[in-house]
Design a protein around this ligand. Structure first.
Ligand code: NAD
Length: 246
């Protein structure tokens, strides 16, 4: 177990997939939760699931690319819980495959707004209190696409590459103040629609011959959120079953 008692974690994109599994695993390890998603109906279901472990759960419908909305939620959460100690920037757009020339400028702007600016807004909102407390954990959910670059996902790959460098650069500014910043780069993860957080499928993309599960990703995020990860900052950690090819 990771001891997250008396810690509050904000998880974006928490309604399904890695975000939902992260909420469950963080709660099982003692954290209070602030969960954000554009899908409020699914978020209500996650709230019920995590209430088995904690009653301190706030859920909010919010688009992370809405700076005012993010700031408002962080204010409310700080009022309710006193601090946000852990931020998991998980929300992103990614289910979109097309050639570079077929990808519209509007799509590029939307991906940049959600996948990059959403991370920026959430970090700007929570960092002042983390710095005041001299303790914080920021974990950005990136992708192997941001390391290798995926064909027919040029815009997505670009945003995740940006998140990886954002992680390294921000870590250099705040690590000495007690705020550790890392990103996790999942390979292929089984479909988020599946309610079983241990679900995996066969995959030729990893030497393990399978996809990763939502829970495996959540376990890594939870480890990085705890005191046990006290000497890790500025890292992009791949969780991909030993990636074979893109
Ligand atoms: N699933 C994979 O194979 C895989 C691989 C590599 C990286 N990732 C990354 O993992 C993260 C989670 O992906 P997933 O596949 O588990 O979930 P997903 O893509 O199925 O769902 C993401 C969640 O984020 C929410 N969301 C989307 N846009 C939002 C916005 N603007 N504001 C707030 N919430 C928003 C969605 O409603 C959804 O609940 C993403 O950052 C993704 O890029 C996933």
């Amino acid at each position: 177990m990771i001891n997250l008692n008396n810690k509050t974690a904000l998880v974006t994109g928490a309604a399904v997939g890695i975000g939902r599994a992260t909420a469950i695993v963080l709660a099982r390890n003692g954290a209070r939760l602030v969960l954000i998603d554009i899908n409020y109906k699914k978020l209500e279901e996650v709230k019920k699931e995590v209430e088995e472990y904690t009653k301190d759960v706030l859920i909010f419908k919010c688009d992370v690319s809405d700076e005012e909305g993010v700031n408002d939620i962080v204010k409310k959460a700080l009022k309710a819980f006193g601090s946000i100690d852990i931020l998991v920037n998980n929300a992103a757009l990614w289910r979109c495959w097309d050639s570079f020339l077929n990808t519209s400028v509007e799509a590029w702007k939307k991906f940049i707004d959600v996948n990059i600016m959403g991370v920026v807004y959430c970090c700007r909102a929570v960092l002042p209190k983390m710095l005041e407390n001299k303790w914080g954990r920021i974990i950005n959910v990136s992708s192997v696409a941001g390391v290798y670059g995926n064909t027919n996902m040029v815009h997505y790959s670009t945003t995740k590459g940006a998140v990886n460098l954002f992680t390294k650069a921000l870590a250099k500014e705040v690590t000495s103040e007690g705020v550790l910043v890392n990103s996790v780069c999942p390979g292929s993860v089984s479909p988020a629609e599946n309610s079983d957080i241990d679900y995996t499928q066969e995959s030729e993309l990893s030497f393990m011959g399978r996809t990763g599960s939502d829970r495996e990703n959540a376990n890594l995020i939870c480890f990085l959120a705890g005191d046990e990860a006290s000497y890790i900052s500025g890292q992009n950690i791949q969780i991909d079953g030993c990636r074979r090819k893109m």
